[in-house]
Design a protein around this ligand. Structure first.
Ligand SMILES: [Zn+2]
Length: 734
């Protein structure tokens, strides 16, 4: 970092939390429970915040650090991330810096000087540095706004991210008793939470536990047939230009998959602990800084990656627990935009993982816990009801029975009475002596004539050929479900032979029935709620290009310039003035100053005459064409198809025509009276607020059921003689 840019940063235009949120970060309002957390810290209290990734955790400490006198000290173990976090804050005009082992002595000194001179609002620091005697002395001389302990679960010896440095952080409570402290984590585990409270002396802290639902993530688990081909198809159909992460179990596999994807024209890079550090760093940095890079990784990748626009996470191997699945899939869609968590899973995965666990050297209690966690994960794979509901239930969170955004909700799974098939399967395992793998047992059930069957005289068995009603794929599905549910185990000491368990007895005896999942082939049409978030248009590409150019210029990842959601709102509202840009969520004053001109230029170049705010007495040619078709009673959708324009454009024409009194609202949109009244009320409410007229709050108030185009039409109908988009053009208020 350079010291000059710290000293030259602009001063805060607002000092209350809401003012900072609006002017610097460019958001309208806080999301729960951000405001309550911030109030607690503003009033000098301590807080423990448990929030899923993407929930807006960092604002909880960044804003009070800026609003309170003094500097906020942020302790984070993620050294690789600090620079990005500080760069992002600097882009907003916040006086932020970091201190960790990657800085040379000179730079570190200049940061310390800035700290001493009270020039910083936020200082990010690695835990080992904080506990140094020298740093302690320095901090004693400073005015401190708060301490934020990020990734607080690292203090837990139970968890896999344990950092011994974190244990030392208890000294903060002792040495700075009057300074508010906030500990933050995304880990759900009750036991971990308890450890954080104890070890960091936070028993009196207010706890804020936000929900774990990530509604924008679509969960899908498919049956593995040819995993790599399935993956390829999935990416090609649904995320061809997107950034994503593919998780595999082995290092070798990550390289093979990255190569396959690369050959198909994707920017795919492997990442695992066996690669040289420089290669890993290079791949990670390309993932962060370029658009559309796919990382194919072992679980070594992820911790410390804070990329908001990852559009998909794919698993080619099943994670070992629901916690791991939640954490890994949670890296998708942190910006709140639609994202997919896709996994291919099959019989061999179950067998491999179960064997790995059985043969681990962990103590018995640990093994049992791991085994239970795996069972729960397998249960999630085999479930026939809503996956999100099951996932949240696992974290003790109640939710709707169906979410409409997971594969089982979108395409309900059929079950079948598998009692008879299961009995045949179990019986055949028993008759063949519990000495063989699944393939051989299936061959016996199907009455095949293989060397192995002849060698062991298995043609003589009563179960030989009794299973011809099913094919081998169906049998493997039966076995997978029996293993997943614990009716069969794969014994590693007998070379993976399938054996009966205690649980299988009642089923075998016919005392118990079993419902099995009917496996379905994956169809690409699963994108029910995944509305194409990247509109296939030249404007979208131009906006992305503008963002990339600015990102290179400022040396930051593209998402630090603007999130995808901001670009999408630009496409919706086509802002061409500063006032209009500021109305977009995520654009604050500093970003407006830095990037506003560049984006305005792009939008202006694309603004067709009807998008521009020129009040016309006469409709344009294109509007006249739409008018003629509307009068011929064609629907907006049909006109859009016929004219090869978007429905949004046709609705824009219609709004102008309604405004000019050339056509009635009822000739354009088919909405009933009550709906129209509801929209009108929302529009009037918004208009009555002090702000200039904005359609986004109305869009949200109507639960996103009506497009902006429809809202514009209703609005034009209400106020027949006003401009349509006051925010665009001359910026005149209504
Ligand atoms: Zn669901």
């Amino acid at each position: 970092m350079d010291h000059d840019s710290v000293a030259n940063s602009t001063s805060t235009p607002a000092s209350d939390p809401l003012g900072i949120l609006q002017h610097i970060f460019g958001y309208d309002h806080f999301r729960a429970p951000q405001d309550e957390v911030i109030n607690t810290l503003m009033n000098g209290g301590d807080a423990l915040v448990l929030m899923p990734t993407g929930g807006g955790k960092s604002l909880c400490y960044q804003i009070p650090a800026m609003a309170r006198p003094g500097v906020g000290i942020v302790i984070s173990p993620l050294i690789a991330l600090m620079q990005d976090q500080v760069d992002a804050l600097k882009q907003l005009g916040v006086k932020a810096a970091y201190l960790n082992s990657t800085l040379n002595a000179e730079t570190a000194f200049s940061v310390e000087l800035a700290l001493r001179n009270r020039e910083l609002d936020l200082l990010y620091i690695a835990p080992e540095r904080l506990t140094q005697w020298r740093m302690q002395a320095l901090l004693q001389d400073c005015q401190i706004a708060l301490f934020a302990i990020d990734e607080a679960h690292c203090v837990s010896q139970w968890g896999h991210d344990f950092r011994s440095d974190y244990l030392q952080l208890s000294l903060l409570a002792e040495q700075f008793p009057s300074i508010p402290r906030i500990a933050l984590t995304a880990t759900a585990d009750q036991r971990t939470r308890q450890e954080i409270v104890e070890r960091l002396h936070l028993s009196h802290a207010r706890q804020f536990i936000a929900g774990f639902d990530r509604p924008n993530i679509q969960y899908r688990i498919v049956q593995k047939v040819n995993a790599q081909q399935q993956l390829l198809k999935f990416i090609r159909n649904e995320h061809p230009n997107d950034a994503g992460i593919v998780y595999c179990l082995s290092r070798k596999k990550t390289e093979a998959v990255a190569e396959t994807l690369g050959k198909q024209g994707f920017k795919a890079l492997p990442y695992h602990a066996g690669l040289p550090a420089a290669t890993r760093e290079h791949h990670q940095s390309r993932f962060l800084r370029e658009e559309g890079v796919i990382i194919v990784a072992t679980i070594a990748f992820g911790m410390g990656i804070d990329k908001p626009d990852v559009r998909f996470v794919a698993h080619l191997d099943i994670p070992k627990s629901i916690e791991a699945y939640y954490q890994e899939t949670g890296r998708a869609g942190r910006d709140g935009q639609p994202a997919t968590a896709w996994m291919a899973y099959g019989l061999q995965d179950v067998i491999t993982l179960k064997q790995m666990m059985a043969s681990s050297d962990a103590d018995e209690q640990h093994k049992r816990v791991e085994q239970q966690k795996l069972e729960a994960m397998l249960g999630l794979c085999e479930i026939t009801s809503c996956r999100r509901h099951a996932l949240l239930h696992y974290f003790n969170e109640s939710s709707e029975e169906t979410c409409e955004n997971c594969d089982t909700c979108i395409r309900p799974v059929d079950t079948w009475d598998g009692t008879e098939a299961a009995r045949m399967a179990l019986s055949c395992v028993y008759r063949t002596g519990q000495r063989f793998g699944v393939s051989h047992v299936v061959d016996v059930l199907l009455g095949k004539n293989t060397d192995k069957i002849r060698q062991f005289n298995h043609t003589e068995l009563s179960t030989y050929g009794i299973g011809k009603a099913l094919d081998s794929k169906q049998w493997r599905s039966v076995f997978r479900q029996l293993v997943a549910r614990g009716y069969l185990i794969s014994n590693i000491d007998s070379f993976g032979a399938i054996q009966l368990t205690e649980k299988s007895r009642p089923l075998l005896r016919g005392e118990q029935a079993i419902q099995l999942r009917k496996d379905v082939a994956e169809k690409p049409a699963l994108r029910k709620r995944i509305v194409s978030h990247q509109p296939d248009s030249a404007l979208w590409e131009a906006l992305r290009k503008c963002r990339t150019t600015l990102a290179e210029q400022y040396g930051v990842p593209p998402f630090v310039i603007f999130a995808d959601a901001v670009l999408m709102e630009m496409m919706e509202t086509m802002p061409t003035t500063d006032a209009a840009l500021l109305q977009i969520s995520g654009i604050g004053e500093n970003k407006l100053e830095k990037y506003g001109a560049a984006f305005k230029a792009v939008i202006l170049a694309f603004a067709t005459p009807e998008n521009k705010q020129t009040k016309r007495e006469q409709p344009s040619d294109t509007e006249n064409e739409t008018l003629a078709l509307l009068k011929n009673e064609l629907s907006v959708a049909d006109i859009a198809i016929q004219r090869e324009l978007s429905e949004g454009t046709i609705l824009k024409h219609a709004a102008t025509l309604i405004d000019q009194g050339l056509i009635a609202l009822s000739q354009v949109v088919d909405i009933d009276e009550n709906t129209q009244k509801a929209i009108q009320t929302a529009l009037l409410e918004q208009q009555a607020s002090d702000e200039p007229m904005r359609f986004r709050p109305v869009f949200e108030a109507m639960e996103e059921q009506f497009s902006y185009g429809i809202l514009h039409c209703v609005y034009a109908d209400m106020l027949p003689s006003v401009n349509l988009e006051p925010a665009v053009g001359d910026g005149k208020d209504m």
